[in-house]
Design a binder for this molecule. Structure first.
Ligand SMILES: Nc1ncnc2c1ncn2[C@@H]1O[C@H](COP(=O)(O)OP(=O)(O)OP(=O)(O)O)[C@@H](O)[C@H]1O
Length: 338
């Protein structure tokens, strides 16, 4: 089954208009979001992620360009129609402390029931299902003001679930969550995209989760471009190195993480078979000012480290070898070299 385009932008400029003053954040953005796909929007602080999300949500107009939602111009939608079509979770719009979690989530049904509308039993079942899905069933009667940041975020996601919109936009939905909750929320959003054919777009600074879970990435680069594509295509094209201005961090495409560029000059030949051992031995050596290289790469007089197991490693320098039974022992020796 072909994927249905839910939202499309053509030559979009985003930014702010105050009187005659215009502050442009992006221009010339082309993009689309399809049902059945989870898309993650990545970019450094101030890159323009929230600005774009607010623009897509219809909360601020684009400075120019054409936005089409389900085949109709976004500006042709009334606020009521929008609320049935776009579910939005923003970080900075939480004034619901006086409500219980159940009441907050039930507000998500408002586009269908009206402000004073009563929830039908089907509406109530939806609210409970959403609460269970985000793991908040047991906290339904708690006041929102009493929730932790992470719990509040989960409640907001439940609210958007009951809104039953084809498009869901979320600004940093995992910002306050612990690792397990972050994974749960990302899994939930992906499930929602895939099983209910929704288009889900979220901004995040959580690169590893984004790379693991998103079908597509939108990458805001330092040059104020936005690169859109399938996650793996973008990663392997080197695009991840364009997110940050600093040349001191680099994206490691093998591990899928950002790491400081290793500018250490003291070379160590590292001999190790196991992948995990190699990673942690390199980690330790770099932290202590070395540049680990493959055994056949080292220059004249370079030291070498053979790591046989976490309890057996041999450091050889100037023809003398020392054996260590832990990384702690190795560190002690390395610190003595300084
Ligand atoms: N109300 C506003 N008026 C004028 N400029 C604004 C306004 N809000 C944000 N900006 C500017 O727009 C640019 C993009 O900000 P935005 O909040 O969209 O970035 P972001 O990618 O979401 O950042 P972060 O990761 O830090 O949340 C920034 O330079 C910011 O200063």
């Amino acid at each position: 089954m072909g994927k249905q385009i839910v939202f499309e932008g053509e030559r979009i400029a985003t930014g702010y208009r105050q009187g005659k003053q215009l502050t442009e954040v992006h221009h010339g953005l082309d993009f689309s979001l399809s049902g059945g796909e989870l898309t993650c929007l990545l970019g450094c602080n101030g890159a323009g992620k929230s600005t774009l999300l607010r623009t897509l949500a219809g909360m601020q107009p684009p400075l120019s360009g054409r936005l089409e939602l389900m085949g109709r111009p976004l500006e042709a939608y009334s606020a009521h129609e929008r609320s049935k079509t776009i579910g939005v979770v923003l970080t900075d719009r939480m004034q619901a402390g006086g409500l219980t979690v159940y009441e907050l989530v039930a507000l998500g049904r408002q586009p269908y029931t009206g402000f004073f509308g009563r929830l039908t039993s089907a509406d109530k079942a939806l609210v409970w299902r959403a609460l269970e899905e985000v793991g908040m069933g047991g906290k339904a009667r708690r006041y929102v003001a009493e929730l932790s940041d992470g719990e509040r975020q989960k409640a907001m996601i439940a609210k958007v679930l009951v809104q039953e919109c084809p498009l869901i936009l979320l600004d940093e939905p995992t910002a306050f969550l612990d690792v397990e909750s972050r994974m749960e929320v990302m899994r939930l959003l992906r499930k929602l995209a895939v099983e209910e054919h929704k288009a889900v777009l979220l901004s995040t600074h959580d690169v590893d989760q984004a790379l693991a879970m998103s079908d597509r990435l939108w990458l805001m680069t330092q040059e104020r471009e936005m690169l859109c594509g399938t996650t793996e295509d973008l990663v392997l094209s080197g695009a991840m190195d364009r997110l940050f201005g600093s040349t001191s961090i680099r994206f490691d495409a093998v591990r899928g993480i950002y790491a400081p560029e290793n500018r250490n000059s003291r070379v160590v030949r590292l001999e190790v078979a196991d992948e995990a051992l190699r990673y942690w031995a390199q980690n330790l050596l770099v932290r202590h000012g070395f540049r680990p290289v493959a055994p056949d790469e080292g220059g004249e007089g370079a030291a070498s480290l053979a790591v046989i197991s976490p309890h057996d490693m041999v450091w050889t320098q100037n023809g003398t070898s020392s054996r260590f039974c832990s990384f702690a022992g190795l560190v002690e020796m390395l610190e003595g070299l300084k």
